[in-house]
Write a protein that binds this ligand. Structure first.
Ligand SMILES: [Zn+2]
Length: 448
């Protein structure tokens, strides 16, 4: 009842009249355009891209100068493959040239920051209009999981930290009630808190649970080990970090509900989301142009892993054009049997992890550690830190505070096989490893 009232009356009123936004209008259009043919969608994308390139050439000094220096003319971009000649940018580009990347036209801009999952928070700008569009993409993606605005949602999410004034807390609370959301903080995951969260969750009887991937996995493990029975939601939406197969399996088993993976970032919000077929992540194609490229910048062949490169077609305030976001994904944009024209991003592999060095010159890819440690189900969270070349510290949050002797030997042996003996490896059992504010955890830290 409330969700219909909210969706048809309260939300449009609040969005259009109170806030002067166009989010609902964009959402309605996106619900229709998802059924366009792929060709129609790509034509729309090309038209938007050409407008963006013209705008950036004319009004963003950084882009205008760089492209002119390379002899690139926006007019010459006649197809999506022409666009592959445009240069890539990265976090460093924004750090060095942010002011010159902004448009000189009068557009209402907002400033945002990415979380510190890479250890390096980043500030950037976007225009308010593009914020409405990206929010609309998120609503559509959540709707695929039955989580349209107004449905009763429980968030296992990050909450603001530090001292929040009472009035602000009150305002946030009111907002959540209005939106039909209940927020449980995933930054407070002690056993006592988890028990309280569990009770609140069961009383709340959410239609949909929306959660950061790893905290929800930990929560599911807790529910399992305590032998508790959760009230099943209709579905579960996870984001912020990659969902591994073993996590999907356990979470679905414990909550007895299908899980929908989403992929997004602060820079772009929702990049892709699963539909009811769970074959991959449908791209937010009307808003974003997503490429998967090799290290040399050429398109990655289908089925292989490459770097995710994103262009936001509507952030006119500070355009992101061919931005290498640091994530890895499997290339090949197939179509889905659901009939939507939005191609699928097959699989997000996640952020490229740091590589560790040893004194005898070995390079240990960061991916080694999650791959190994997932074999130890009693390890809840881990972080591998190398601050000196001769020492690798493996921090572990384990059930009961420790591993069995057999598991410890097994773990050490496997690590040793990879690191050799020239580097000292220490296991350190800790009570907690804090997540960043974006709910992420940098699992491998090379800080030599
Ligand atoms: Zn689909």
């Amino acid at each position: 009842m409330y969700d219909k009232l909210y969706r048809h009356l309260l939300l449009p009123f609040f969005d259009r009249i109170v806030k002067g936004r166009s989010t609902v209008a964009h959402w309605k259009r996106a619900e229709e355009s998802q059924w366009w043919s792929r060709q129609q969608l790509e034509e729309f994308q090309l038209t938007s891209l050409r407008q963006l390139l013209a705008h950036a050439t004319a009004t963003c000094p950084y882009y205008g100068e760089t492209w002119q220096g390379l002899g690139l003319d926006a007019e010459a971009c006649q197809s999506l493959s022409d666009f592959t000649r445009w240069p890539l940018i990265g976090r460093d580009t924004i750090r060095q040239h942010r002011l010159k990347m902004r448009t000189t036209t009068e557009i209402h801009r907002m400033t945002k920051a990415t979380g510190g999952s890479s250890g390096e928070p980043l500030q950037f700008d976007l225009d308010s209009g593009s914020n409405d569009r990206r929010t609309a993409m998120m609503w559509r993606g959540y709707n695929w999981a039955g989580g349209a605005p107004g449905t009763r949602q429980l968030y296992v999410w990050g909450t603001p930290v530090g001292n929040i004034p009472t009035w602000k807390r009150f305002k946030m609370d009111l907002h959540h009630r209005f939106d039909n959301h209940l927020i449980l903080s995933c930054f407070e995951f002690t056993p006592d808190k988890m028990r309280q969260h569990f009770e609140r969750m069961n009383r709340y009887r959410a239609d949909v649970i929306v959660a950061y991937t790893n905290p929800l996995y930990e929560f599911a493990r807790f529910i399992q080990s305590e032998g508790l029975t959760p009230v099943s939601p209709r579905s579960i939406i996870v984001g912020a970090e990659k969902l591994h197969g073993f996590q999907r399996e356990l979470i679905e088993q414990i909550f007895k509900a299908p899980i929908f993976e989403t992929y997004g970032s602060r820079e772009f919000m929702l990049i892709g989301a699963e539909c009811e077929k769970h074959h991959g992540l449908h791209l937010s194609l009307e808003n974003l142009l997503v490429e998967v490229l090799d290290d040399d910048g050429s398109p990655t062949p289908a089925g292989q892993e490459g770097n995710v490169v994103v262009t936001d077609l509507f952030n006119y305030g500070m355009p992101f054009i061919r931005y290498v976001n640091g994530d890895r994904a499997v290339a090949g944009f197939e179509m889905c049997s659901c009939g939507r024209g939005l191609p699928l991003l097959k699989q997000v592999v996640g952020r490229q992890l740091d590589t560790l060095d040893t004194p005898d010159g070995r390079k240990i890819p960061g991916e080694f550690f999650p791959h190994l440690i997932k074999e130890f189900p009693t390890i809840r969270r881990f972080q591998v830190v190398q601050e000196k070349v001769e020492l690798i510290t493996v921090k572990l949050v384990a059930e009961g505070g420790n591993l069995t002797l057999t598991d410890r030997d097994h773990l050490m042996n496997e690590i040793r096989k990879c690191t050799g003996t020239a580097v000292d490896v220490q296991l350190q059992f800790v009570d907690d490893i804090p997540l960043t504010h974006a709910g992420k955890l940098k699992v491998v830290v090379h800080a030599v």
